[in-house]
Design a protein around this ligand. Sequence first.
Ligand code: GLV
Ligand code: MN
Ligand code: MN
Length: 422
Amino acid sequence: MSSVVSTEAAQAAAVRVMERCGRLAQITEKPGEILRTFLSPAMEEVHSTMRPWMEAAGMTIRMDRAGNLRGVRGDATAPRLLIGSHLDTVPNAGAYDGVLGVLMGLALVEASGDKRFPFAIEVLGFSDEEGTRFGAPFLGSRAVVGELHERLLGCVDGNGVSVAEAMRDFAGRHPEAINPLLDEKSLAYLEFHIEQGPLLENSNLALGIVDGLAGQSRCSAEFRGAAGHAGTNPMKLRKDALACAAEWIIAVETIARRFDNAVATVGQISCEPGGVNVIPGIVRCSLDVRHAEDPVRDVLVQSILVEAQAIAAKRGLTAQTAQYHEHAAVCFDERLVGMAGRAAGRAGYSTIRMTGGAGHDAMVIAPHIPTAMMFMRNPGGISHDPGERVGEEDVAAAIHAGLYFLDEFAVNVNAMGDRQNA
Ligand code: GLV
Ligand code: MN
Ligand code: MN
């Protein structure tokens, strides 16, 4: 198949994607940093900012009851290729994690111009991938695959509002919102994302082809000791919950290092009562554990949680632990992964295959329809941080590759459908 777009046109499209990332980075619920959470006013402002861009590209725009932004270009009854990522962020985020993948979908629709494919393209801006508001991630993509189960709906935010209540409130404000479920003609899902790590930069490559994602667990640990006066209680008579948690946090690091390629992180900690002259009585910690092999992750999580009990018992405190989120590792669809690799090659880019360590909406969609991801080089490997960056020329490379992907998908659209129905 001949070249679908010139390098210059891909470059111009990349300039626009970068400008739009900059524009969306100004929309936040916390002045001074980028923060956008599930069903927040900032997310709605992102939607109203993106709508005119998507409409100008000939898309029909809907919002669903889980707060996902969805734009369809092409015949609504035709088979669909989904392209998307998320529009929410971690606290103090960078400008590209998630947003870039959604804008890539829009850029591919725009760059395709008047070209007609034998499939429609649905661009999805998921409402929650990070889990920042409720602790549990992927609320947007889980809604579209019908997996917002009771346990998730019952998770509460810092104000005691549950996921179910937040969604009811949102639906009340947006009676026009549609059912979140995937259209039954959805054939495949492609997600573009910054790598969020240093491998591509170290390999001197613009693009990586992702063939799977590591599994993840999220847990909580609460240590209860005895609060008391910081001046009058001798050290050996104390039950200091923060000292206990500190010993456990170091144990988390030590245990995780014993497992090849495992990562474990305590990213949140709260301490009560929180006075400078008060011995900490209650400490709550989060725990995030990842590994590409689920049985290894299971053993690691159990070892870490058992250690919390052991350290607390040794110090005369109690520990209560719970695992509230788990997502198995996924392998992407070999056929779609192959198409992504060939597309990058046709656009003139060498790639490597890689397993992603971060969570992505693709891991929720992959068990339901053929899925693949393409990573873009992330200078310094910095992500979940305001220092997050991506090069305009690497975005252009992804647009160029993405257009070749659309062409190959067009040739294979019938076979993809057969395979799904098989
Ligand atoms: C999201 O980016 C995650 O990996 O937790
Ligand atoms: Mn992220
Ligand atoms: Mn992301």
